[in-house]
Design a protein around this ligand. Sequence first.
Ligand SMILES: *Cc1c(COP(=O)(O)O)cnc(C)c1O
Length: 487
Amino acid sequence: MPELLFEKGVKGSNAFTLPPSELPADTGEFSLPAEHLRDLPPAIPELSEVEVVRHYMGLSHLAYGVDDGMYPLGSCTMKYNPKINEWAARLPGFADIHPLQPENSVQGAMAMLYELEGMLNEIGGMDRFTLQPAAGAHGEFVGIRIIRAYHMHRDDDKRTVILVPDSAHGTNPATASAAGFKMVEVKSDPLGMVDMDDLKHKLNDEVAGLMLTNPNTLGLFEKNIVEIARLVHEAGGLLYYDGANLNAVMGVSRPGDMGFDIVHYNLHKTFATPHGGGGPGSGPVGVKAFLADFLPRPTVELGEDGKYFFDYDHPLSIGKVKSFYGNFGVMVKAYAYIKALGAEGIKDACVQAVLNANYLRHHLADTYDIPYNVLCKHEFVATARRQLEESHISTMDIAKRLIDYGYHPPTVYFPLIVKEAMMLEPTETESRERLDEFIAVMKNIAREAKETPDIVHAAPTRTIIGRVDEVTAARHPVLSYQEEKQA
Ligand SMILES: *Cc1c(COP(=O)(O)O)cnc(C)c1O
C-alpha cells in the first residue's frame, strides 16, 4: 500500500509561506464567538509542494482509465473521450464565466445550452429537455417526479406504483422508491425480453408508469416496445426511458418514436465525458410536449429580439433540481462531441459500437457460455458457467485475471437475472486489432482455468492490492482517515 498523505506528513513542512498578518487577532465584534473556536488545530498533513505533487502523481500511475487501454465495463459505455472536448470546455468564454453574470454577458454560453437542447431533442425524438440533472440516477429521479406531477395535476392520486423489469439497472428501483413510489418488478421471458403476460397482469389503474432501458442490460433490443407502449398508455401510465444505453441506438432509432414519454441520457456515457472516477456527470431529461410544463425551471429560451433568456415562468414546474443550470462543463463536452461527429458520425459511432459487441460475442461464444446468444446491440452478457463447472474458476477469478493482462474487467454479476454474469461493452472506439488482442486474452484465461487454475485463483498479481474482502468493505466501510488508529 502506498503511504497516505497523513503518514507522509512531517510537522513544520510547508508548500508556501505568507507574510505575517498585519491584522489584529482580535477583531472585536467581528471575532468568531469563543464557543465556535477550535481547541486544537485541525489534523491536516504538513508537506512540501514537491511531496504533494509526487504523492498524487504516484496515485495517478496506479489508476486505469480509457486513456490506458480497453475498458469493457458493460452498461457504462467507457468510450474514448476526444481531447478536443476538453479544449472546448476550457475556452475562457465557457470556463471563466460566472452563473450569476447578467444574461446579456453570457449569450454565447446560453446559445450553446439552447442548441444542445435542440440536438438532444432531435436525437431522442423528444420535444423539450432540461439540462439540470447531474447524473443518470438524478435524471431518473427528475423523470419520476414529472410522472408524479402529471398524475397529480390530473387529480389521479391513486397511481402509486412504478413497474421496473427484473433486468433493470439498480438505479431504477432505487429511484422509484426514493421518489415515493412502490416498485413492482416485471419478469423477463426466456429470450430476455419483458414478459408480456406478466406486464399485462401487473398493469392497472394504480400504475403511474414503467421504467425501461432499451436495449436492456442484456444488450437486447426490446422487440415488443411498441406494444408495451400501447399497453402502458392504455392503462393510463407513462413510459420512462432509461437512456444510459443510448449509444446502442443513437442516430438509428429514437425513444420518442418508440412511444416513450420521458427519457434521460447520460451525457457522460454516450456523449463522451470522462466518468467513473467520481467526476461531474450530466443526465438531461427530455419529455414529450404534453409534459413540458412540469420540467424543472428555468428553461433557456430564444426571444423575438434574438436574445437568449432564462424563463422561470413555469407554474407547474417540479422546481429546481440543481444549483444554477447543471454541470455546464459536461454540456460543453457533449456539445463539442455531437458537433464534431455530426448526424452521420453519431449514427456511425452507434453502428460501430454494435458491430464491435457482436464481433466479441461471436469470437467468445465457443469459449464462454453466452446465455442469450443472439444479435445484440452495444453489449452482451457472457458467463463463466463452463469454467466454474469444469475448474471452479468463477467470473470473479476471470475478472481479476484480466487485470494481470492489463485490462479493466467487464461488469460482473450483473444483470442479476444471469448467474456468473460478465457484461461486455467494447464501445465503438476499439479497433479490430485491439478486439482481437482482447479475445486472445479471454481465450488464454479460459485455457489457464483448465490447465493452471492456481494462477487464475491467485490473480491479480501485478497490482499493489490483491483481492480485497468485499463483504467487509461493503458492510464496514472506512471512508475517512482515522487518526487515533495510526497513533
Ligand atoms: C449508468 C447507468 C445508470 C445511472 O447513471 P449514473 O450517471 O451513474 O447515475 C442508470 N441506468 C443505466 C442502464 C446505466 O447504465
